[in-house]
Design a protein around this ligand. Structure first.
Ligand SMILES: C[S@@+](CC[C@H](N)C(=O)[O-])C[C@H]1O[C@@H](n2cnc3c(N)ncnc32)[C@H](O)[C@@H]1O
Length: 284
């Protein structure tokens, strides 16, 4: 094993996840030799929960788009602001779908600083990400990690740990942050998002960010997509108009669907590198 193939120390000691339920999705994270999108994102953010194949692919992307790390930080900063906004609007339950690896400024830390009674369910379909998340979160109060697939929203919402934490008769914030661009049109992401909308009470919120290639030069865009084509989840960047359609049935909070760095900027450092659009919708 070369050093490139050696997982970081913390990855090597990751706990085994309990056997997935019979209905669990095929696991995108178990093959260490295949670049994995959750762990590539962890690498962009400076994390250590990644393997050699993840780092090699991420470095290729960084060669094509050197500001990818900054763009990942911009996405996380959007997530923090959007979550704080929802909590300040009075939402007390959160489902973070495609949560990835918990990193500094996690959803439960932010919302429980506003209202300690808030409940958070982290969901990811990647077995390795779920195992890390469970270990990193430990026994954090009113916080649970569930393995589930955005493409199967009914199954996800019926998971016993979800029904135990989330009361769907009350407003809930559904986070789909940097995840929908991993769901190709063939898997009908619009139907999945509409199902989540219909299952939640009026006043619920959709917190969404999505990669776009609007304005990106065609050749690097093509090269970047080619790297992800070999990963656990090929990319489907969408135009602003296509992303806006996910908010059907929601009223968009000001300033609407915006470049990530421009969505309600606060005192956080503004790096100004947005590779995506984000917004918060309130269910009618
Ligand atoms: C780029 S990370 C985003 C992490 C976090 N939401 C953020 O924005 O910081 C994308 C995550 O979505 C997960 N993912 C991709 N497709 C998914 C699906 N169909 N269902 C659940 N999770 C999915 C991946 O495993 C990965 O952890």
């Amino acid at each position: 094993m070369t050093s490139e193939q050696t997982p970081t120390a913390s990855a090597a000691t990751a706990p085994a996840d309990p056997a997935p339920a019979a209905t669990a999705p095929a696991d995108p994270g178990s093959d260490e030799n295949r670049p994995n999108v959750a762990r590539m994102y962890d690498y962009y953010l400076g994390g250590s929960h990644n393997f050699g194949a993840d780092r090699a692919a991420a470095r290729q992307v960084l060669e094509i788009f050197p500001d990818t790390g900054v763009a990942a930080q911009t996405n996380r900063a959007f997530l923090r602001r959007a979550v704080r906004y929802a909590a300040e609007q009075g939402v007390r339950q959160f489902i973070d779908i495609g949560a990835g690896l918990p990193t500094q400024g996690s959803v439960h830390e932010i919302v429980q600083a506003v209202a300690p009674e808030s409940r958070v369910v982290y969901v990811d379909y990647d077995e390795v990400a779920v195992a890390y998340a469970r270990r990193l979160l430990g026994d954090a109060a009113r916080t649970v990690v569930v393995r589930g697939d955005l493409r199967r929203p009914d199954e996800l919402l019926a998971h016993p740990d979800v029904t135990a934490s989330i009361d769907l008769t009350q407003p809930v914030a559904v986070l789909l942050v940097a995840v929908l661009h991993f769901v190709p049109d063939a898997d009908d992401p619009y139907a999945a998002v509409a199902r989540l909308r219909d299952a939640t009470a009026p006043g619920s919120q959709l917190l969404l960010s999505h990669l776009t290639l609007d304005g990106a030069p065609p050749m690097p865009a093509q090269q970047g997509r080619a790297v992800y084509q070999r990963s656990s989840a090929p990319l489907t960047p969408r135009t602003r108009a296509e992303i806006l359609r996910f908010f059907d049935g929601y009223d968009l909070a000001e300033p609407g669907l915006a470049w990530l760095a421009d969505w309600r900027p606060d005192g956080e450092p503004r790096d100004r590198v947005s590779h995506g659009f984000g917004g918060v919708g309130v269910r009618r």
